[in-house]
Design a protein around this ligand. Structure first.
Ligand code: ARG
Length: 588
């Protein structure tokens, strides 16, 4: 289905040509003066240079040709040469009815050939998710859902951190505590136990302990480094322990991501990319891209146009060890081989921007990836506390994501204590509202910007918040239930009639932006655009709801039309929150 802007452009193009002007000047945008008109075209101003005529005269000629068109309620030339347009009620209602008849509300969701890999979440094994993991999970999940909705073949990959020093630290500490475990016995020939020698709670205690202990004890740290190297070199007992760590961690991570309504198609790990490293390094050497610098193997990635210093990309340390970026480069090789993606999108803290710039440049320079593949870094800003500093617990510690979720859910439950609801229903509602508060509070900001985590504001049922959007959906649901209870049935395909009030027009205009919103959100990896759309639509709907009699309207045709419009708004809002990874309760 064409967008309203496109339909208007088609009409204007014809008129521009008929008047003797190039149709390239017929570009239409949403009006930046909604008090004057809905859409505008500024083309006559630009055309003045080419045709040496007064813009207002050209605008007048074009308007003249469209005066009889049924598309417009009003079309006028405005000084110095704008064309202001307001579409007719019939045109808008027809458009809305066409949207309502389409499963995707007129948005192009046809299957696309392109595969997109999204690398998000940023989790590491043996470390619990903390508030710093909220943004990559929530933003990545939404980008994935938007892309998938639009018909792209999308693979969401957790790309777990599982191959570095943390594993060596856990091995070292475990050996100190339980030296008799078979994993440490190099002469052990049997099968290692299937049951892990630790649970997630143990791991979560062992890792931070070992990590801080190593900072004060050099030999302990050296031992952990050696254990890491031995693991990476394939020592059997250590590999078995590592496998336990991965299994225990992944099971736990899945539980939490599940609560966040975040799910990965793939649980690939840094370790999975390791087999690709030797050949990759060889090719970098053979191609003459890599050279030795103070013993290390590096690829220069600076470019003449750089305004700041971009350091070389180090591939191997002087002792032959690989680095974070060696793994990321090998992961590109792996993804290309397994999925042949057209795009790889990384949703990672923006403090890693320079790092990814190096990796991307290195990948291109060394021909690991062709120019036809887009490598996209979506860097997100920091989630700050009300003091403007990175979000911390009251005593200054790192807050676990699970604790944050429980905390916000508790606050929402308290707010709802006076609602008449069953226990299970209340809990379900509190879960969904809390999630909406947290996720929408995050997603409604441009990803790259820092934002302040303000629980009071985020959980408010009013204003630009997740709960407000859910509230609007619940309102529509209960409207529908009320109708059903009164035996009022409106056919699925009953038409929405031309608007008879501004509030209806506003709902329709908001609805009509669905397709262009999703396309822009996809193209710019910008879920906040979906939030903006949902907020605008909710606001328009609530105004309409307050200003019009719906269930009790005496005019049956008007009642049916209002019900249809409400139903469509509800359907679109629900589709929209699903793209944010949210769902609405039945009551709230
Ligand atoms: N696990 C990493 C960290 O804790 C983030 C991974 C981001 N993705 C990537 N392909 N490097 O910083």
């Amino acid at each position: 289905m064409k967008k309203i802007i496109e339909l208007l452009e088609t009409e204007l193009s014809a008129a521009f040509e008929k008047a003797g002007y190039d149709k390239k000047y017929a570009r239409v945008t949403v009006s930046n003066r909604p008090d004057l008109c809905q859409y505008q075209c500024n083309g006559a101003l630009a055309a003045a240079k080419e045709y040496h005529k007064a813009p207002i005269q050209m605008a007048g000629e074009v308007v003249e040709l469209l005066a009889e068109s049924g598309t417009f309620q009003e079309i006028a030339a405005q000084m110095p040469g704008f064309i202001n347009m307001t579409v007719s009620h019939t045109f808008l209602a027809d458009y809305i009815n066409e949207m309502a008849a389409s499963e995707s509300f007129g948005c192009d969701i046809s299957a696309k050939e392109e595969t997109i890999v999204i690398d998000y979440g940023g989790a590491n094994v043996a470390k619990p998710l903390h508030v710093g993991h909220l943004r990559p999970a929530v933003i990545g999940e939404s980008i994935k859902r938007i892309s998938r909705y639009l018909g792209y073949h999308v693979i969401g990959d957790a790309h777990l951190g599982d191959w570095g020093l943390p594993i060596g630290l856990i091995i070292t500490e475990l050996k100190k505590r339980q030296p008799d475990l078979p994993y440490f016995d190099e002469s052990f020939e049997g099968e290692y136990p299937e049951e892990p020698p630790f649970g997630i709670a143990d791991l979560e205690e062992i890792y931070p302990f070992a990590s801080s202990y190593s900072k004060e004890h050099e030999d302990y740290k050296a031992e952990a480094q050696a254990a890491t190297a031995e693991l990476q070199a394939g020592r059997k007992g250590y590999l078995a322990l590592w496998q336990h760590i991965v299994n225990v961690s992944v099971a736990d991570l899945k539980k939490i991501y599940d609560k966040l309504n975040v799910d990965f198609d793939l649980w690939k790990k840094e370790s999975d990319a390791q087999p690709y490293i030797p050949a990759m390094v060889q090719e970098m050497k053979d191609g003459g891209y890599a050279h030795i610098d103070e013993g290390a193997l590096v690829v220069d990635v600076k470019e003449e146009t750089d305004t700041k210093e971009i350091p070389p990309c180090m591939i191997l340390k002087s002792n032959g060890a690989t680095l974070y970026n060696t793994t990321d480069l090998a992961t590109i090789v792996e993804r290309r081989k397994l999925f042949d993606p057209k795009k790889i999108i990384y949703v990672v803290d923006k403090r890693q921007a320079l790092y990814f710039e190096q990796v991307f440049r290195c990948a291109r320079k060394t021909k690991i990836i062709g120019e036809d593949v887009d490598l996209i870094f979506v860097g997100f800003g920091t989630m700050n506390g009300k003091d403007g500093k990175p979000f911390k617990t009251r005593d200054g510690g790192v807050l676990r994501l699970e604790a944050l979720l429980a905390d916000v859910t508790e606050q929402v439950a308290q707010k709802m204590a006076d609602r008449e609801m069953g226990q299970a229903e209340r809990e379900d509602a509190a879960d969904k509202i809390a999630l909406a508060a947290i996720k929408y509070g995050d997603l409604s900001n441009q990803a790259a910007k820092d934002y302040i985590f303000d629980v009071e504001r985020f959980t408010s049922f009013e204003g630009n918040t997740g709960p407000y959007i859910l509230y609007t959906i619940v309102r529509i649901k209960s409207l529908m239930n009320k109708l059903a209870a009164q035996g009022i049935h409106v056919a699925e395909d009953a038409p929405v009639l031309p608007a008879d009030s501004k509030s209806q027009t506003d709902v329709m205009l908001s609805l009509s932006k669905w397709g262009e919103t999703l396309e822009a959100a996809f193209a710019e990896q910008a879920p906040h655009k979906v939030c903006q759309f949902l907020y605008e639509l909710s606001d328009a709907f609530n105004k309409f709801y307050h200003e019009n009699k719906i269930v009790t309207n005496e005019n049956e045709r008007a009642r049916e039309s209002y019900i249809q419009l409400s139903r469509l708004a509800g359907r679109v809002l629900e589709a929209g929150i699903d793209l944010l990874g949210l769902s609405a309760p039945e009551k709230m």
